[in-house]
Every structure is written in structure tokens, then in C-alpha cells.
Design a binder for this molecule. Structure first.
Ligand SMILES: Nc1ncnc2c1ncn2[C@@H]1O[C@H](COP(=O)(O)OP(=O)(O)OP(=O)(O)O)[C@@H](O)[C@H]1O
Ligand SMILES: O=P(O)(O)OC[C@H]1O[C@H](OP(=O)(O)OP(=O)(O)O)[C@H](O)[C@@H]1O
Length: 210
């Protein structure tokens, strides 16, 4: 019997689409997988262990090797720059990273204040643009920043654009398109190559036929 594969799954909005992909790739996942509050779900029929993690933490588990594989948003991978292989674009949870601000907002003269959950992405982006900014890290509800006067701009995820519109903000610059990716621990890829290749191949077939 081959070794157990441990997969870090993101809780939250990616979860359902990711579980759907795995099922379409013929992995037999019990309903408990979707419904339970357990953070570790073993699927002995598949010889797979799932750990359910915060989306921002998936790449950490994979980098440290406590998970062999994981599913993470490209936004998280850009922000964290973890030592993991990005092996497949799963083409789910599509959105993009953008700079936004008040429609007629005046930015500060010297260094614009930028509120964001992505401080590394934001500082790299503005450095590349040759703009000096002050980054203000927030954990969520980033759109509050400009409307409450904390920041001139935000760097955040935009999907439908509804959150921007409902808060009187406009998208100013498109930074990068984002989807979820399958990531692999480099050592696991050497030690469990057959099992990992099998999973990558099965998921690739599903993604290519979506
Ligand atoms: N509005 C959105 N539409 C589509 N995909 C999104 C959207 N917001 C985020 N994502 C993608 O889904 C991933 C996880 O988002 P989710 O909101 O579940 O996690 P989170 O922002 O860490 O939430 P929380 O901290 O509230 O648990 C993000 O890393 C990104 O790739
Ligand atoms: O363009 P939209 O479809 O409106 O989606 C964009 C919103 O979704 C995400 O927030 P989330 O719901 O994760 O809440 P958060 O502010 O707590 O991160 C993101 O940070 C935006 O606020």
C-alpha cells in the first residue's frame, strides 16, 4: 500500500469549487468532508488525508512539508513567496488584484497611503511603478480604508466589482489576474512522485475539459 498523501484544502470560498474538481477527477470524498467541523479528514479509500486550513496558510503547510500538496489562490502565492512548486492552474475562484480608490479622491502629495491585505504585492507593484507609498496592512473589509479616510488607495481582490461599487470606489489599475493553483512540496514530489503525478494528471484532464 502506498504512503498517505496529505492535502491542504483552503476553507472558505475556494473550498466548494476545489472539492467539486476533486470529485470530477474521481476522488471519492465523503459528505463528511464538506459538512464537518473537523480540521483533519481522512479518506482511507483514497489513502488521502485532508487538512482544512485558512486560505492564507495553505502554502505554509506545504512549504514545511506537513502537507504534500495544497490548493491556494495565486494572490496568496504572490504575497507569501513560499518555497513550493506551482504545478497546475485549477482555473477556479477567478478574480483579480487591483488598485482602487474614491472616484474623485485626491491622493496625498508625498507618499500615498495604501491599505491592503497584500503588503508585499502592493509594495512591489508601486515600486515597479516608481511610486512612493506608505502601506497600511489590514486583515479584511479593505474597502473601508478610503471611505473612512485611513488610506488614499487600496490594493485588493476584485471579482464582480460589487464591493467597490457599493462603497463608492472605482478600480484604478489592474495588477494581475488570479486563480487557484495546485501546489506541491518539492521533497514530496521526489518521494511520492507517482501518486502526485496521478493526481496532477487527473485534475489536468478535468480542468482542460471545463
Ligand atoms: N470575491 C472573490 N471572488 C473570487 N475569489 C476570491 C474572492 N475573494 C478572494 N478570492 C480568492 O479566494 C481565496 C480565499 O478567499 P476567502 O475569502 O475564502 O479567504 P480569506 O480572504 O482568507 O477569508 P477569511 O480571512 O475571511 O477566512 C483568495 O485567496 C482568492 O484567491
Ligand atoms: O468584487 P466582489 O465580487 O465584490 O469581491 C471582492 C471582495 O471579496 C473579497 O472580500 P471578502 O468577501 O473575502 O471579505 P474580506 O473583506 O473580509 O476579505 C475582497 O477582499 C473584496 O472585498
Amino acid at each position: 500500500m502506498s504512503e498517505v498523501l496529505t492535502i491542504a484544502m483552503p476553507k472558505g470560498r475556494i473550498f466548494e469549487e476545489a472539492a467539486d474538481l476533486l470529485r470530477k477527477a474521481n476522488f471519492q470524498l465523503p459528505q463528511e468532508f464538506d459538512d464537518s467541523r473537523k480540521l483533519i479528514v481522512d479518506v482511507p479509500e483514497e489513502n488521502i488525508r485532508f487538512i482544512l486550513a485558512k486560505p492564507m496558510d495553505v502554502a505554509t503547510y506545504v512549504e514545511y512539508g506537513v502537507a504534500d500538496l495544497g490548493i491556494a489562490g495565486k494572490d496568496v502565492l504572490l504575497e507569501e513567496e513560499r518555497d513550493v512548486y506551482e504545478v497546475l492552474d485549477l482555473k477556479i475562484s477567478k478574480c483579480h488584484l487591483a488598485v482602487a480608490g474614491l472616484a474623485n479622491g485626491q491622493a496625498s502629495e508625498v507618499a500615498k497611503k495604501v491599505a491592503t491585505k497584500y503588503p508585499n504585492v502592493a509594495s512591489t507593484y508601486f515600486r515597479q511603478q516608481g511610486e512612493q507609498v506608505e502601506i497600511i496592512p489590514l486583515n479584511g473589509s479593505i474597502e473601508l480604508g478610503p471611505i473612512i479616510g485611513l488610506a488614499d488607495r487600496i490594493v485588493d481582490i476584485v471579482s464582480t466589482g460589487r464591493t467597490l461599487i457599493e462603497n463608492g470606489l472605482v478600480e484604478l489599475e489592474h495588477i494581475e489576474d488570479i486563480t487557484s493553483r495546485l501546489i506541491v512540496n518539492p521533497v514530496s514530489y521526489r518521494l511520492k512522485d507517482e501518486r502526485i503525478d496521478d493526481m496532477v494528471n487527473r485534475l489536468t484532464t478535468v480542468v482542460e475539459n471545463m
